[in-house]
Design a binder for this molecule. Structure first.
Ligand code: ZN
Length: 359
């Protein structure tokens, strides 16, 4: 995987709106984040994914080229009402809230065989108070050690989770990560602001950000901080809201004014109903080379699922092109300068979401 790049948060192992053939044929998305809570509605081992012989990849029909990262909860997770215990966390499955035993999560990695598993974290639904933080740190450390005992024998590459609390409060945990560094394949950050302050001994490990950057500027700030892989939640949320993204890196300045980062197709569907231009002129994605704005607006108005399929293909293409340009800029040594250009060329924020989703 060339980095920096992004992986897509999935729903039951599927990148939203994209069937596996669309994912394979019309996107270059490098991988997907998959949550175990999407698959354990009947618990372990009674849920269907454990009743079939193959790994998770064959259960979800993910293309073999797509990188699969497994975590316990979705990205971002829906807050669960029950509290976590020393040996379980509260999760949301398709059939409601239930508990996920830490040992079940750990033992499931042998059968599911993801490309990377992220250690389980104890993050309470409400903001953790002073007394709660030490417990979060202790549990997360114990759970990671238990996971490493399993994955070092079953061979699953393991990322250590870094909790979204000040680094000083997780010093002992970081020390234990350092002690286990040889067994680790990377680090997964629930708060990517912590990336630059990691101990020197851990700086060489790949860094995955699980918090949502929110917009392309924050992605660039994340790249500058040293994040290697993002879970670009905002791009998928833009698709749901009927927003097509249209930024590139570093972007070409206008003679006057600034360029938008995206366009709310949902809000503009009346004005665009006879517009036969592609969503973004010059875009080489499947949606822009074969269909025009008027067709997309018709699909949105009719709430045809194809609208969101085409938007997702296009938005993924914009993200892929963005990260490819960022990598080239870093290789050229012009990244900081290009970030300043991007700042000048584009509006501050993505359009507000006004659209109704496909359902
Ligand atoms: Zn396009």
């Amino acid at each position: 995987m060339d980095t920096p790049t992004f992986i897509a948060p999935s729903s039951r192992g599927v990148v939203p709106h994209l069937s596996m053939d669309n994912l394979r044929d019309h996107t270059d998305i490098s991988g997907a984040y998959v949550a175990l809570e999407d698959f354990v509605e009947k618990g372990i081992p009674h849920s269907p994914v454990f009743q079939q012989p193959g790994p998770l990849r064959s259960f979800t029909s993910q293309p073999s080229s797509s990188f699969m990262v497994l975590g316990a909860r979705r990205c971002p997770p829906v807050p669960a009402p029950a509290i976590n215990t020393d040996h379980s966390i509260s999760i949301l499955t398709s059939m409601g809230f239930r508990e996920l035993e830490v040992n079940d999560f750990i033992s499931s990695t042998a059968q599911l065989q993801p490309d990377v598993v992220i250690g389980m974290v104890d993050i309470p639904a409400a903001r953790a108070g002073k007394n709660r933080v030490p417990k979060m740190v202790d549990r997360t450390e114990l759970w990671l050690e238990a996971l490493l005992r399993e994955t070092s024998s079953n061979g699953t590459p393991t990322f250590a989770p870094i909790l979204p609390v000040e680094l000083e409060l997780q010093t002992l945990y970081l020390q234990s990560i350092e002690d286990n560094a040889e067994q680790l394949a990377g680090l997964a950050f629930y708060d990517s602001m912590l990336v630059p302050d990691m101990p020197a001994a851990l700086q060489g490990l790949p860094r995955l950000a699980l918090d949502d950057a929110g917009d392309p500027r924050k992605l660039l700030q994340g790249v500058a901080r040293g994040v290697d892989v993002f879970t670009a939640v905002f791009a998928l949320e833009a698709t749901d809201a009927g927003i097509e993204l249209e930024f590139e890196f570093p972007g070409t300045p206008l003679e006057q004014g600034v360029r938008p980062l995206g366009r709310d197709m949902w809000a503009e569907r009346e004005e665009m109903k006879t517009d036969t231009r592609p969503m973004v002129e010059g875009c080489s994605c499947y949606a822009c080379t074969r269909h025009h704005r008027a067709y997309l607006c018709h699909l949105l108005s009719a709430k045809e699922m194809t609208a969101w399929v085409l938007l997702q293909i296009h938005n993924s293409h914009i993200m892929e092109r963005f990260f490819a340009a960022v990598r080239e800029s870093i290789a050229r040594g012009t990244f900081e300068e290009d970030c300043r250009t991007f700042d000048r060329v584009y509006e501050e924020k993505l359009p507000e979401k006004s659209g109704e989703g496909p359902r």
